[in-house]
Design a protein around this ligand. Structure first.
Ligand SMILES: Cc1cc2nc3c(=O)[nH]c(=O)nc-3n(C[C@H](O)[C@H](O)[C@H](O)COP(=O)(O)O)c2cc1C
Length: 203
């Protein structure tokens, strides 16, 4: 387990990062050096986007402000039944107890990155901006992982979006996900992938 690497040691190759990254939901409470957070943010901001529109915006929250924010974020399990109803097959394998437990203090993540973007009037622009933000988040999660950090892309918080955005002074923007981040406590569980997702034509 890579838990405490500096900037220039411990970096993984792209392939290693892609194939070993796992979602982390339990963190050591120790702070993350600012240079590492900057590197993760820079990786996000380097993602491709339609017309190079760079739709993403980031807010990095730590310390007392993080504790205040968590008091709001921890309300999302109130919507757990609604969330799981949208994914009935997956819901069978999810422990509501572990989600509720995680939500109490976001697995003790010392840093919470808010990914957000401007509200869009057109459905087309909205869709492509979300794709751009998704690319940024993937860059961020892989970079964090390659630096020995873990993260979780937490979209369940969208159910309490307005409360979060008002609290952060961002009510005119749209929340994408919340990314709690920190040093992992333990090797996360490997979640298998469905190998049967591709149709090959002409090969
Ligand atoms: C778009 C997106 C939304 C997600 N939302 C949540 C979430 O709300 N809560 C959560 O605990 N994990 C969330 N995850 C993490 C997934 O549960 C996780 O990626 C998946 O189970 C596969 O596990 P792995 O990332 O460890 O390979 C999300 C991941 C993505 C990409």
């Amino acid at each position: 387990m890579r838990t405490d690497k500096g900037l220039n040691e411990g970096s993984l190759s792209l392939e290693e990062a892609i194939f070993t990254r796992r979602t982390v939901r339990e963190f050591q409470p120790k702070p993350i050096p600012r240079e590492l957070i900057e590197k993760v943010i820079e990786a996000g901001a380097t993602a491709p986007s339609a017309l190079n529109s760079q739709p993403w915006r980031f807010m990095v929250v730590a310390g007392e402000k993080r504790d205040e924010l968590v008091k709001i974020l921890r309300k999302f399990p109130a919507y757990l039944a609604d969330i799981l109803a949208l994914y009935p097959k997956e819901a069978e394998y999810i422990s509501e107890e572990s989600i509720t437990d995680f939500a109490k203090d976001l697995g003790r993540a010392p840093v919470v990155v808010i990914v957000y973007m401007a509200k869009k009037r057109s459905d087309y622009a909205h869709r492509i901006d979300l794709l751009g933000c998704g690319a940024a988040i993937q860059n961020m999660q892989l970079t964090a992982w390659s630096l020995g950090l873990g993260s979780v892309c937490l979209t369940s918080t969208l159910w309490i979006e307005s409360e979060i955005m008002v609290h952060l002074g961002l009510k005119d923007f749209e929340l994408v996900p919340v990314l709690p981040m920190g040093y992992p406590v333990a090797e996360p569980t490997v979640i298998p992938r469905n190998p049967d997702v591709t149709t090959w034509i002409g090969l």
